[in-house]
Design a protein around this ligand. Structure first.
Ligand code: SAM
Length: 260
């Protein structure tokens, strides 16, 4: 008999069941014996069972109480397993990081309804993370890794690329899951930049400016940035006020934000 409750749609529970895909995802994190790994949403353990023997320490953050109980039982016989019963969006990663001299690695087949908030939450700890391998809706990974000039390039691309090197690794079809989701998925690897090429003086202001610039994609910067920067200021860093946000590089956004 299946020891698990039926998958909960409200928690984005689409469980991986394709062994090849599972192997490829775990391999993408290049886990070394001393590594401290944090897995978001272990679910029934598709990734977890593979990670556990590879990692020095594995921390799980799971929201589903039944699954937490299942993992807490497993932890009684696995010395390198720690289980955190929490919502990842409210989970302070310092609980895992601060006691450690070394950085951690993060992996997760993320619930799609909270994927962008999870990425922004993790970004707060980017200087203590070596690498993040995450599964998301394919369109989201396309937006994360998009280059200026196309329709996929937007707020998510700029905000994440300012802090990470982002790789679109591979696409995962619905059939790899139980139950199958309605959309295709993809795996992304985010590696925090050790030297930030385009630093910003104030991250909140950078975030606000990027959001405002993309709030009306078809309008020019002169219009969308009204109230923040005037045309002369925009021109002062070599950006054309008649350009649209989707044509600007991360470097140009950083330069504009640093005028504020
Ligand atoms: N890792 C498993 C796999 O690949 O088969 C499960 C992936 S499933 C898409 C997402 C998992 O995240 C589920 O176990 C779900 O209960 C958990 N989850 C959903 N919302 C969460 C949250 N806010 N914080 C932590 N875990 C969450």
């Amino acid at each position: 008999m299946n020891q698990f409750a039926a998958p909960r749609k409200s928690l984005g529970q689409n469980f991986l069941q394709d062994p090849n895909i599972i192997n490829k995802i775990v391999a993408a994190l290049s886990i070394q014996p001393d590594d401290i790994v944090l897995e978001i949403g272990p679910g029934r353990g598709a990734l977890t069972h593979l990670i556990l023997p590879l990692a020095g320490q594995l921390h799980l953050v799971e929201y589903d109480r039944d699954l937490v109980q299942y993992w807490q039982q497993k932890a009684q016989t696995a010395a390198n397993l720690d289980v955190h019963s929490a919502d990842i969006l409210k989970f302070d990663l310092n609980q895992v990081i601060s006691a450690q001299p070394q950085n951690i690695k993060v992996i997760g087949n993320l619930p799609y309804n909270i994927s962008s908030p999870v990425l922004f939450h993790l970004m707060q700890y980017a200087d203590r993370i070596d690498s993040q391998v995450v599964m998301l809706q394919k369109e989201v990974v396309q937006r994360m890794s998009a280059q200026p000039g196309g329709k996929d390039y937007g707020r998510l691309s700029v905000m994440l690329q300012q802090r990470y090197d982002i790789e679109y690794l591979f696409t995962v079809p619905p059939g790899a899951f139980f139950p199958p989701p309605k959309v295709e998925s993809a795996i992304a690897r985010l590696t925090p930049l050790s030297t930030i090429s385009h630093p910003v003086n104030n991250h909140k202001e950078f975030e606000g400016l990027v959001k405002q610039a993309f709030s009306q994609r078809r309008k020019t910067l002169r219009n969308t940035l009204k109230g923040l920067l005037n045309s002369e200021q925009i021109e002062s860093v070599g950006v054309n006020p008649a350009a649209r946000a989707e044509t600007l590089s991360v470097a140009e956004f950083a330069a504009l934000a640093n005028l504020l």
